[in-house]
Ligand binder design. Sequence first.
Ligand code: ADP
Length: 369
Amino acid sequence: MRVGVIGGGQLARMMVPPAVELGVDIAVLGESEDAAARIAVTTVGDYTDLDTVLAFARDVDVVTFDHEHVPQPVLRALVDAGVAVRPGPDALQHAQDKLVLRRRLQQLGVPQPEWAEVEDAAALADFLERVGGRAIVKTPRGGYDGHGVRVVSAPHEADDWLAEGPLLAEEVVDFQRELAQLVARRPSGDVALWPLVETVQGDGVCREVFAPAPRTTAVTERVSREIAHTVATSLGVTGVLAVELFETTDERVLVNELAMRPHNSGHWTIDGAVTSQFEQHLRAVLDLPLGSPEARAPWSAMVNVLGGPADGDLDSRVPRLMADQPTAKLHLYGKATRPGRKIGHVTASGEDLDDAVFIARAAAAFFED
Ligand code: ADP
């Protein structure tokens, strides 16, 4: 069996080890020669060009993704050509367009922030009045790592974005923390849910993940699982789905957004779960039985390596980290250092959360200046 992954970033790269273990061939359509996933058989090409993508798809049994940017017309043309696309375009549009997602979640009765589609400053003024004078506006498409998200308190503060088209406006949620519920679903319907995790963001970028989410009530846990199960099945998601959640100060759980691919909130599963999100994604898109999502240790902590040392010299830091933190599991993505860029992550697991957090942070700190 051969899986084709569109996108050559670290998510495609991390699918390679489980593919080797499962005896599955993996091919990647990357954007450039130096894609993080170049360790797999890589074709370099433009994922927005239908002929390029069709030619790539011809040699694989199923097409899946490292990112959500493949245009809908390309996805639909693949399906029309008989290619197995997982997740398919109907599901994927909910991860591509935040307005499409908000409408659908409303239909499903899934809890989410107060929201409105705003087409002009007058509509934004109405919404601001409704939510107490401050709102978050988001570009429906193309946002990532906090780009395309802005806090506004006056309608004209979004004029530049409104000139490009309608926006999603949301209440500013008073959340105590962010959570993520990861789930996998195969086409024949089986679903597997990993433990709920807590995610910590800084400047719109994921920094740390604690698994399972500490100090979580049984209700939050149950509701988060129900939401993820409902979304995965109602939207017909195949593969891994990450449901990003807010836990409010009054302990409600609201959906922020979805990712339909392995996700930063699930990197801990490589070392900390019986079945990693990358192995599970391969199983799910190939419609194979899913593996156990159970944790292998009571606690895991994942810390992202962001930016890296200014001198760009990762290699000299690695042996020092290894000597200092022999229980930390290091994952580097083969990327050049650049301020703010995700270039790797570290996971530590064990009986005690504070110990795991300490070890993972201490290890990641070897890459800071
Ligand atoms: P992106 O697509 O760039 O990841 P998100 O919609 O996830 O954008 O927003 C990025 C971050 O902004 C979130 O992780 C959260 O910290 C904050 N945020 C987003 N929406 C809201 C909201 N309605 N209320 C409060 N904070 C929000």
